[in-house]
Design a binder for this molecule. Structure first.
Ligand code: ASP
Ligand code: MG
Length: 408
């Protein structure tokens, strides 16, 4: 017997028939002798529908009131699922976030969970009930309703799994797992059976938007085994877990687990900057003060007392960053400022990299063989990223996917 926390997303509970479907799935697990805590999202489209109404009344809706309203979506689905389970003869009880209670700070619309009281849930589980909990919501210490940010039900599920010391947290969604790359670009992409938290965090932040990133951080921090699977089709999904679980069969550990890419990139350059202390700070300081995230940074070795400075930001931020760059270029007496938003970033991610050399040279050779120019290179312990021209994205990802045998 295991204690399993399952989370079903908006599509999986999008109408009555699908809710019945979820009830059947939950019932199967109960029949196998497991204890079940089920976390639900609102029906797909519901949170957006509520938001739209608020936006009709206030241009910048009050965040406190938004949270009071947005939490109703999940309140509906949890009650319906409990009814569906009861109707099938499976005792079930639903709880909103504040009934549990799931305590959060008071930053409305993006609250952080600080504490979960698991007593009520444990009691009901011991009574033989399925406990259905509203995702995405909690209660502040002052007693106000809060929400955890869009996609926050994933985080609710992981946090509950941590608090209850569950054996596994299963996230049911409309994809059947995490893939070696986006199957829309590489049809041969394969579902990964297992991936580490760190790899998932790299892949998630690079655009493989399967899970709310915070939920993976949470799972990693509390060592909660997290599984992503499809609610519509059978299959083992992808298990996201700590590196220790890979040690036994290290031989089989692939060098690269996945290839992520992002089109949301722009490159900014300042050429002919005086090469002296404080220049990097004068260039980057104002941009980060404006809350613009800077990703890759390259500064060349100075020649003739000047140097070139290149970095990337998200495309949306590029115009504002360019304006700031121009003004600091004037102050610093730099030669020229350039920006280019026809670039993409491709990242090879894998913990196997830690113990193997030669990954970078495979990346470079593959791109060279395809006559693709590399504009920037960045690395971490488990990632190599390259910036290339956008029009080569598909060719590059396909070739790299093949070069690292990810299609095998
Ligand atoms: N219903 C919320 C949203 O749409 C939370 C969630 O689905 O995870 O963002
Ligand atoms: Mg979601």
């Amino acid at each position: 017997m295991a204690l399993i926390v399952q989370k079903y997303g908006g599509t999986s509970v999008g109408n009555i028939e699908r809710i019945q479907n979820v009830a059947n799935k939950v019932a199967q697990f109960v029949d196998q002798g497991h204890q079940l805590v089920v976390v639900l999202s609102a029906m797909s489209g519901e949170t957006n529908r509520l938001m739209a109404m608020a936006n009709e009344i206030q241009t910048r809706p009050s965040k406190r009131e938004l949270d009071v309203m947005l939490t109703t979506g999940e309140q509906v689905t949890i009650a319906l699922l409990s009814m569906a389970l009861q109707e099938k003869g499976y005792p079930a009880i639903s709880y909103t976030g504040w009934q549990v209670p799931i305590r959060t700070d008071d930053s409305y619309t993006k609250a952080r969970i600080s504490e979960i009281d698991g007593d009520k849930i444990r009691y009901q589980l011991a009574e033989g009930k399925v406990v259905v909990v509203a995702g995405f919501q909690g209660i502040s210490f002052e007693g106000d309703i809060t929400t955890l940010g869009r996609g926050g039900s994933d985080t609710t599920a992981v946090a509950l799994a941590a608090a209850l010391n569950a054996d596994e947290c299963q996230i049911y969604t409309d994809v059947d797992g995490v893939y070696t790359t986006d199957p829309r670009v590489v049809p041969e992409a394969k579902r990964l059976d297992k991936i580490t938290y760190d790899e998932m965090l790299e892949l998630a932040s690079l655009g493989a938007k399967v899970l709310q990133i915070r939920s993976v951080e949470f799972a990693s921090k509390y060592n909660v085994p997290l599984r992503v699977l499809s609610s519509m089709q059978d299959g083992g999904g992808t298990l996201i877990t700590s590196e220790e679980h890979f040690k036994d069969n290290e031989m089989e550990q692939p060098l690269i687990s996945g290839i992520a890419f992002s089109r949301d990139e722009a490159k900014l350059m300042m050429l002919g900057v005086p090469d002296k202390p404080g220049v990097a700070y004068k260039i980057i300081g104002p941009i980060s003060d404006a809350n613009i995230d800077i990703d890759m940074i390259i500064q060349n070795q100075g020649v003739d007392g000047t140097t070139d400075f290149t970095f990337t930001v998200s495309r949306l931020d590029a115009p504002a960053a360019l304006e700031m760059l121009q003004s600091s270029a004037n102050k610093l007496g730099a030669r020229e400022v350039l920006s280019d938003d026809t670039i993409v970033k491709i990242s090879m991610v894998g913990v196997g990299m830690k113990s193997h050399a030669g990954i970078a040279s495979t990346v470079f050779k593959t791109l060279a063989d395809n006559n693709i120019n590399i504009q920037m290179i960045g690395t971490t312990e488990i990632k190599i990223s390259v910036v290339i021209e956008e029009r080569y994205l598909e060719t590059a990802v396909k070739a790299l996917h093949q070069a690292f045998d990810l299609d095998k």
